[in-house]
Design a protein around this ligand. Structure first.
Ligand code: NI
Length: 224
C-alpha cells in the first residue's frame, strides 16, 4: 500500500527547514548505507552531529507523527530518527531494498514502513523520482514540497538521477504495531469507513459494529 500524506509541512515550516539545511554540513550518504545499498547510493546526507538536527526533527517529525493519515496508515510502534538527504545534479540512489532491522544496538527496530517527506518543490529539479516496485508495476512518485509518501519498506525502490537542480528530502522508517502489510491495508480501509460512520451516524448499530470490529482487529493484530 502506497499512501500519500498531504501537507505534513506548511510553507513557513518548509522555509525554516530549507534555511536550516542550507547552513548545515552534509556528508557522503554511503556512510549510512547497508552493504549492498552502498554500491548504488550516490547522495549527500546531513551530518549526524549537525547542530540543527534537533530543531529539524522537531519540525519534520513533530508534524509527521501528529498527522492523522500517518497515524491511521502506519499504526506506528517505533519511528526512526530521520535522515535528511540532498541530491544535486548527477546524483541518484540505484535500485535497492532497505535494511530490515535498523537503529543502534539498544534501540533496534524493524523497518516495516518507509517514509519520504519531500522538501523541494517538484519544479525545482528534474529527475529525482522515487520509483517503487509494486505488485502492480513501478510507481513513480514526486510530490509537492511538504507532502510525504508512505510505502512498505520491503519494496525494492530507487531514486532516479537528478538531472537539474536540487532534491531535498527527509526519510524515515516505522516499526508498525501491525507487522503484516495486508493487515495494515485492511485496517486502513476499515478505519476510513469507521470514521465516516462515527461522524454521520454515531448512534447507529452498524457504527458500533464497525467500530468494535476495527478496535478488536487492531488488538488481535498488534505486536508490542
Ligand atoms: Ni531506500
Amino acid at each position: 500500500m502506497l499512501i500519500q500524506i498531504p501537507h505534513v509541512l506548511g510553507q513557513q515550516q518548509l522555509a525554516s527547514v530549507r534555511q536550516l539545511l542550507a547552513d548545515a554540513q552534509f556528508v557522503d550518504g554511503k556512510l549510512s548505507a547497508g552493504q549492498s545499498a552502498q554500491r548504488v547510493k550516490n547522495n549527500l546526507e546531513l551530518a549526524a552531529q549537525s547542530q540543527h538536527i534537533e530543531q529539524l526533527n522537531n519540525i519534520v517529525m513533530g508534524n509527521l507523527v501528529r498527522h492523522p493519515v500517518y497515524q491511521n496508515a502506519a499504526l506506528p510502534h517505533r519511528v526512526a530518527v530521520p535522515f535528511y538527504a540532498r541530491y544535486t545534479e548527477g546524483m541518484a540512489y540505484g535500485p535497492h531494498i532497505d535494511d530490515p532491522v535498523m537503529g543502534p544496538a539498544e534501540h533496534r527496530y524493524r523497518s516495516d514502513i518507509a517514509i519520504t517527506v519531500f522538501l523541494s518543490e517538484p519544479g525545482d529539479y528534474d529527475g529525482g523520482e522515487l520509483a517503487i516496485q509494486t505488485s502492480f508495476g513501478e510507481q513513480r512518485i514526486k510530490l509537492a514540497a511538504g507532502d510525504a509518501v508512505l510505502y512498505p519498506a520491503s519494496s525494492r525502490h530507487e531514486v532516479t538521477e537528478v538531472t537539474r537542480g536540487e532534491r531535498l528530502v527527509a526519510v524515515t522508517w516505522v516499526q508498525s504495531l501491525v507487522r503484516d502489510p495486508a493487515h495494515r491495508e485492511l485496517l486502513y480501509q476499515l478505519n476510513q469507513a469507521r470514521e465516516k460512520l462515527l461522524k454521520n451516524a454515531p448512534q447507529a448499530a452498524e457504527t458500533k459494529n464497525v467500530d468494535t470490529a476495527y478496535v478488536n482487529l487492531v488488538r488481535m493484530w498488534s505486536e508490542l
